[in-house]
Design a protein around this ligand. Structure first.
Ligand code: NAP
Length: 278
Protein backbone atom coordinates (compact mmCIF):
# COMPACT_ATOMS: atom_id res chain seq x y z
CA UNK A 1 0.00 0.00 0.00
CA UNK A 2 1.29 3.41 -0.98
CA UNK A 3 0.25 6.63 0.74
CA UNK A 4 -0.39 9.39 -1.80
CA UNK A 5 1.63 12.19 -0.29
CA UNK A 6 -0.19 15.44 -1.06
CA UNK A 7 1.95 17.39 1.37
CA UNK A 8 5.16 16.66 -0.46
CA UNK A 9 3.65 17.04 -3.93
CA UNK A 10 2.02 20.37 -3.03
CA UNK A 11 5.37 21.65 -1.76
CA UNK A 12 6.97 20.76 -5.11
CA UNK A 13 4.22 22.55 -7.05
CA UNK A 14 4.49 25.60 -4.78
CA UNK A 15 8.22 25.80 -5.50
CA UNK A 16 7.58 25.57 -9.25
CA UNK A 17 5.02 28.40 -9.07
CA UNK A 18 7.33 30.49 -6.88
CA UNK A 19 10.10 30.19 -9.48
CA UNK A 20 7.67 31.35 -12.19
CA UNK A 21 6.03 34.18 -10.25
CA UNK A 22 9.45 35.67 -9.55
CA UNK A 23 10.00 36.22 -13.27
CA UNK A 24 7.06 38.70 -13.52
CA UNK A 25 7.30 42.36 -12.49
CA UNK A 26 3.70 42.79 -11.29
CA UNK A 27 2.61 40.63 -8.35
CA UNK A 28 -0.49 38.42 -8.86
CA UNK A 29 -3.22 39.11 -6.30
CA UNK A 30 -5.85 36.80 -4.82
CA UNK A 31 -8.80 38.42 -3.02
CA UNK A 32 -10.67 36.31 -0.46
CA UNK A 33 -14.03 37.30 0.95
CA UNK A 34 -15.20 35.89 4.25
CA UNK A 35 -18.46 36.54 6.06
CA UNK A 36 -18.88 35.65 9.71
CA UNK A 37 -16.66 33.70 12.02
CA UNK A 38 -16.60 30.03 10.95
CA UNK A 39 -13.59 28.47 12.78
CA UNK A 40 -12.80 25.94 10.01
CA UNK A 41 -12.93 28.70 7.37
CA UNK A 42 -10.41 30.70 9.41
CA UNK A 43 -7.92 27.81 9.20
CA UNK A 44 -8.50 27.32 5.44
CA UNK A 45 -8.13 31.05 4.71
CA UNK A 46 -4.94 31.20 6.72
CA UNK A 47 -3.51 28.23 4.77
CA UNK A 48 -4.39 29.97 1.50
CA UNK A 49 -2.73 33.18 2.69
CA UNK A 50 0.45 31.33 3.66
CA UNK A 51 0.60 29.54 0.29
CA UNK A 52 0.09 32.78 -1.68
CA UNK A 53 2.75 34.57 0.30
CA UNK A 54 5.16 31.65 -0.08
CA UNK A 55 5.02 31.83 -3.87
CA UNK A 56 5.24 35.64 -3.90
CA UNK A 57 1.59 36.48 -4.58
CA UNK A 58 -0.38 39.08 -2.65
CA UNK A 59 -3.34 38.04 -0.57
CA UNK A 60 -6.15 40.48 0.09
CA UNK A 61 -8.54 39.35 2.83
CA UNK A 62 -11.89 41.17 2.97
CA UNK A 63 -13.62 40.08 6.12
CA UNK A 64 -17.25 41.00 6.73
CA UNK A 65 -19.17 40.66 9.96
CA UNK A 66 -22.19 38.32 9.84
CA UNK A 67 -24.44 41.39 10.28
CA UNK A 68 -23.34 42.83 6.92
CA UNK A 69 -25.97 43.62 4.31
CA UNK A 70 -25.77 41.28 1.28
CA UNK A 71 -25.83 44.29 -1.09
CA UNK A 72 -22.63 45.60 0.47
CA UNK A 73 -20.88 42.31 -0.27
CA UNK A 74 -22.17 42.30 -3.86
CA UNK A 75 -20.95 45.90 -4.31
CA UNK A 76 -17.49 44.98 -3.03
CA UNK A 77 -17.24 41.99 -5.39
CA UNK A 78 -18.22 44.23 -8.32
CA UNK A 79 -15.44 46.66 -7.34
CA UNK A 80 -12.93 43.81 -7.19
CA UNK A 81 -14.15 42.57 -10.59
CA UNK A 82 -13.24 45.94 -12.11
CA UNK A 83 -9.91 46.31 -10.32
CA UNK A 84 -7.21 45.34 -12.82
CA UNK A 85 -4.74 44.55 -10.04
CA UNK A 86 -6.96 41.79 -8.63
CA UNK A 87 -6.48 38.56 -10.57
CA UNK A 88 -8.51 36.01 -8.61
CA UNK A 89 -11.53 36.35 -6.30
CA UNK A 90 -12.98 33.67 -4.05
CA UNK A 91 -15.80 33.66 -1.53
CA UNK A 92 -14.98 31.32 1.34
CA UNK A 93 -17.89 28.92 1.83
CA UNK A 94 -20.04 28.08 3.70
CA UNK A 95 -21.65 31.47 4.29
CA UNK A 96 -23.99 32.09 7.22
CA UNK A 97 -27.49 30.85 6.30
CA UNK A 98 -29.14 34.24 5.67
CA UNK A 99 -26.92 34.90 2.61
CA UNK A 100 -27.72 33.76 -0.92
CA UNK A 101 -24.53 31.80 -1.70
CA UNK A 102 -25.34 31.30 -5.38
CA UNK A 103 -26.04 34.98 -5.93
CA UNK A 104 -22.82 36.04 -4.21
CA UNK A 105 -20.60 33.45 -5.94
CA UNK A 106 -22.16 34.24 -9.33
CA UNK A 107 -21.25 37.92 -8.94
CA UNK A 108 -17.55 37.05 -9.22
CA UNK A 109 -16.27 37.85 -12.73
CA UNK A 110 -15.96 34.54 -14.59
CA UNK A 111 -12.36 35.40 -15.56
CA UNK A 112 -11.44 35.83 -11.89
CA UNK A 113 -13.46 32.84 -10.60
CA UNK A 114 -10.39 30.83 -9.52
CA UNK A 115 -12.53 28.48 -7.39
CA UNK A 116 -14.28 27.49 -10.62
CA UNK A 117 -17.69 27.55 -8.91
CA UNK A 118 -19.56 29.51 -11.60
CA UNK A 119 -21.20 27.46 -14.29
CA UNK A 120 -19.15 27.75 -17.46
CA UNK A 121 -15.99 28.70 -15.54
CA UNK A 122 -12.75 27.77 -17.31
CA UNK A 123 -11.06 27.06 -13.98
CA UNK A 124 -11.07 23.53 -12.59
CA UNK A 125 -12.24 23.70 -8.96
CA UNK A 126 -9.16 23.24 -6.75
CA UNK A 127 -10.24 20.04 -4.93
CA UNK A 128 -10.82 18.12 -8.18
CA UNK A 129 -7.76 19.73 -9.80
CA UNK A 130 -5.60 18.64 -6.86
CA UNK A 131 -6.85 15.05 -7.03
CA UNK A 132 -6.09 14.92 -10.78
CA UNK A 133 -2.56 16.17 -10.04
CA UNK A 134 -2.15 13.32 -7.55
CA UNK A 135 -3.27 10.82 -10.20
CA UNK A 136 -0.80 12.28 -12.70
CA UNK A 137 2.10 12.35 -10.30
CA UNK A 138 1.58 8.75 -9.18
CA UNK A 139 0.76 7.63 -12.76
CA UNK A 140 -2.69 6.35 -11.85
CA UNK A 141 -4.55 5.94 -15.13
CA UNK A 142 -8.33 6.43 -15.05
CA UNK A 143 -9.17 5.35 -18.58
CA UNK A 144 -11.75 2.55 -18.59
CA UNK A 145 -11.65 2.25 -14.79
CA UNK A 146 -14.70 2.04 -12.58
CA UNK A 147 -14.61 5.24 -10.55
CA UNK A 148 -17.13 5.73 -7.78
CA UNK A 149 -17.52 9.24 -6.36
CA UNK A 150 -19.44 9.53 -3.09
CA UNK A 151 -20.80 13.07 -2.74
CA UNK A 152 -22.43 15.35 -5.31
CA UNK A 153 -21.75 18.86 -4.00
CA UNK A 154 -21.18 21.66 -6.51
CA UNK A 155 -17.75 22.41 -5.05
CA UNK A 156 -16.37 18.88 -4.70
CA UNK A 157 -18.37 15.86 -5.94
CA UNK A 158 -19.67 17.17 -9.27
CA UNK A 159 -16.36 18.72 -10.44
CA UNK A 160 -14.64 15.44 -9.50
CA UNK A 161 -17.08 13.51 -11.71
CA UNK A 162 -16.45 15.92 -14.60
CA UNK A 163 -12.67 15.58 -14.33
CA UNK A 164 -12.84 11.77 -14.12
CA UNK A 165 -15.06 11.69 -17.22
CA UNK A 166 -12.52 13.84 -19.08
CA UNK A 167 -10.08 11.02 -18.37
CA UNK A 168 -12.45 8.41 -19.80
CA UNK A 169 -13.31 6.71 -16.53
CA UNK A 170 -16.69 5.02 -16.11
CA UNK A 171 -18.14 7.07 -13.29
CA UNK A 172 -20.85 6.31 -10.74
CA UNK A 173 -22.09 9.00 -8.33
CA UNK A 174 -23.41 8.05 -4.91
CA UNK A 175 -25.07 10.33 -2.35
CA UNK A 176 -27.16 10.33 0.80
CA UNK A 177 -30.13 8.69 -0.93
CA UNK A 178 -28.09 5.86 -2.48
CA UNK A 179 -29.39 2.49 -1.34
CA UNK A 180 -26.85 -0.19 -0.53
CA UNK A 181 -23.74 1.97 -0.91
CA UNK A 182 -21.49 -1.07 -0.50
CA UNK A 183 -22.79 -2.62 -3.71
CA UNK A 184 -21.20 0.32 -5.59
CA UNK A 185 -18.05 0.85 -3.53
CA UNK A 186 -17.14 -2.87 -3.78
CA UNK A 187 -16.89 -2.48 -7.57
CA UNK A 188 -14.76 0.66 -7.56
CA UNK A 189 -11.23 0.47 -8.96
CA UNK A 190 -10.95 4.04 -7.75
CA UNK A 191 -13.10 5.28 -4.89
CA UNK A 192 -13.36 9.02 -4.19
CA UNK A 193 -15.06 9.83 -0.90
CA UNK A 194 -16.29 13.39 -0.30
CA UNK A 195 -19.00 13.17 2.33
CA UNK A 196 -17.85 14.66 5.64
CA UNK A 197 -18.61 11.63 7.84
CA UNK A 198 -15.91 9.76 9.70
CA UNK A 199 -15.55 6.04 8.85
CA UNK A 200 -18.28 6.01 6.21
CA UNK A 201 -16.01 3.67 4.24
CA UNK A 202 -14.23 0.71 5.80
CA UNK A 203 -12.24 -2.30 4.65
CA UNK A 204 -15.23 -4.58 4.01
CA UNK A 205 -16.71 -2.02 1.58
CA UNK A 206 -13.81 -1.79 -0.86
CA UNK A 207 -12.40 -3.88 -3.67
CA UNK A 208 -8.96 -5.43 -3.16
CA UNK A 209 -6.19 -3.16 -4.49
CA UNK A 210 -8.56 -0.22 -5.00
CA UNK A 211 -7.22 3.34 -5.09
CA UNK A 212 -8.87 5.34 -2.31
CA UNK A 213 -9.07 9.13 -2.35
CA UNK A 214 -10.30 10.51 0.96
CA UNK A 215 -11.46 14.11 0.52
CA UNK A 216 -13.28 14.33 3.86
CA UNK A 217 -12.13 16.60 6.65
CA UNK A 218 -13.73 15.87 10.01
CA UNK A 219 -12.83 17.30 13.38
CA UNK A 220 -13.23 14.71 16.11
CA UNK A 221 -11.98 15.51 19.64
CA UNK A 222 -9.86 18.34 18.21
CA UNK A 223 -8.17 15.89 15.80
CA UNK A 224 -8.58 15.90 12.04
CA UNK A 225 -9.58 12.73 10.25
CA UNK A 226 -11.05 11.81 6.87
CA UNK A 227 -14.13 9.85 5.81
CA UNK A 228 -12.29 6.56 5.40
CA UNK A 229 -11.48 4.09 8.16
CA UNK A 230 -7.69 3.52 8.30
CA UNK A 231 -8.35 -0.26 8.22
CA UNK A 232 -8.65 0.05 4.39
CA UNK A 233 -4.84 0.18 4.37
CA UNK A 234 -4.83 -3.61 4.76
CA UNK A 235 -6.63 -4.00 1.42
CA UNK A 236 -6.17 -0.98 -0.90
CA UNK A 237 -3.23 -0.22 -3.21
CA UNK A 238 -3.13 3.56 -2.72
CA UNK A 239 -4.64 5.92 -0.15
CA UNK A 240 -4.57 9.67 0.45
CA UNK A 241 -3.90 10.27 4.16
CA UNK A 242 -5.88 12.85 6.16
CA UNK A 243 -4.25 15.19 6.96
CA UNK A 244 -1.54 15.42 4.31
CA UNK A 245 -3.40 14.15 1.23
CA UNK A 246 -6.03 16.13 -0.68
CA UNK A 247 -6.09 19.15 1.69
CA UNK A 248 -2.66 20.65 0.86
CA UNK A 249 -3.22 19.93 -2.84
CA UNK A 250 -6.46 21.94 -2.80
CA UNK A 251 -4.65 25.00 -1.44
CA UNK A 252 -1.84 24.87 -3.99
CA UNK A 253 -4.22 24.37 -6.93
CA UNK A 254 -6.06 27.53 -5.92
CA UNK A 255 -2.72 29.33 -6.07
CA UNK A 256 -2.07 27.75 -9.47
CA UNK A 257 -5.48 28.88 -10.74
CA UNK A 258 -4.77 32.42 -9.55
CA UNK A 259 -1.46 32.42 -11.40
CA UNK A 260 -3.26 31.14 -14.52
CA UNK A 261 -5.84 33.94 -14.15
CA UNK A 262 -3.00 36.47 -13.90
CA UNK A 263 -1.32 35.10 -17.02
CA UNK A 264 -4.60 34.97 -18.95
CA UNK A 265 -5.45 38.57 -17.96
CA UNK A 266 -2.00 39.68 -19.09
CA UNK A 267 -2.22 37.87 -22.45
CA UNK A 268 0.53 35.36 -21.56
CA UNK A 269 -1.72 32.29 -21.93
CA UNK A 270 -5.09 31.72 -23.63
CA UNK A 271 -8.37 30.20 -22.42
CA UNK A 272 -7.34 26.73 -23.58
CA UNK A 273 -4.32 26.85 -21.24
CA UNK A 274 -6.59 27.91 -18.38
CA UNK A 275 -8.89 24.92 -18.95
CA UNK A 276 -6.05 22.50 -19.43
CA UNK A 277 -4.89 20.64 -16.32
CA UNK A 278 -1.24 21.49 -17.00
P1 NAP B 1 -21.43 18.68 1.30
O1 NAP B 1 -21.79 19.83 0.44
O2 NAP B 1 -22.03 18.56 2.66
O3 NAP B 1 -21.75 17.35 0.46
C1 NAP B 1 -21.67 16.08 1.07
C2 NAP B 1 -22.15 15.04 0.09
O4 NAP B 1 -22.12 13.79 0.75
C3 NAP B 1 -23.59 15.25 -0.40
O5 NAP B 1 -23.66 15.06 -1.79
C4 NAP B 1 -24.39 14.21 0.36
O6 NAP B 1 -25.50 13.69 -0.37
C5 NAP B 1 -23.36 13.12 0.53
N1 NAP B 1 -23.68 12.26 1.68
C6 NAP B 1 -24.02 12.64 2.93
N2 NAP B 1 -24.26 11.57 3.70
C7 NAP B 1 -24.06 10.48 2.91
C8 NAP B 1 -24.17 9.09 3.13
N3 NAP B 1 -24.52 8.59 4.31
N4 NAP B 1 -23.89 8.26 2.09
C9 NAP B 1 -23.53 8.74 0.88
N5 NAP B 1 -23.43 10.06 0.62
C10 NAP B 1 -23.69 10.92 1.63
O7 NAP B 1 -19.86 18.62 1.54
P2 NAP B 1 -18.65 19.03 0.53
O8 NAP B 1 -18.46 20.49 0.58
O9 NAP B 1 -18.80 18.34 -0.77
O10 NAP B 1 -17.44 18.38 1.34
C11 NAP B 1 -17.35 16.98 1.55
C12 NAP B 1 -16.20 16.70 2.51
O11 NAP B 1 -14.99 17.15 1.90
C13 NAP B 1 -16.29 17.46 3.84
O12 NAP B 1 -15.71 16.66 4.85
C14 NAP B 1 -15.43 18.67 3.63
O13 NAP B 1 -14.87 19.19 4.83
C15 NAP B 1 -14.34 18.07 2.77
N6 NAP B 1 -13.61 19.04 1.94
C16 NAP B 1 -12.29 18.82 1.84
C17 NAP B 1 -11.52 19.64 1.07
C18 NAP B 1 -10.06 19.35 0.95
O14 NAP B 1 -9.33 20.18 0.48
N7 NAP B 1 -9.63 18.15 1.35
C19 NAP B 1 -12.11 20.72 0.42
C20 NAP B 1 -13.48 20.90 0.48
C21 NAP B 1 -14.23 20.04 1.25
P3 NAP B 1 -26.77 14.60 -0.76
O15 NAP B 1 -26.34 15.39 -1.98
O16 NAP B 1 -27.83 13.61 -1.06
O17 NAP B 1 -27.06 15.47 0.42
Amino acid sequence: MILLDGKNLSAKIKDEIKGNVESYKVTPVLAVITIGDDPASKIYVNNKKKACEYVGMSFLHLSFDESVNEEKVIKKIKELNKDKYINGIIVQLPLPKKFNEDRIVNTVDINKDVDGFRSGSAFVPPVAYGVMEIFDYYKINLEGKNVVVIGRSKAVGIPMVRECLKRNATVTICHSKTENLKQYTKNADILIVAVGKKNIISKSMIKKDAVIIDVGINRVNKKICGDVNPNVMEKCSYLTPVPGGVGPMTVVMLVKNTFKAYKKQNGIIDMFDVMNNE
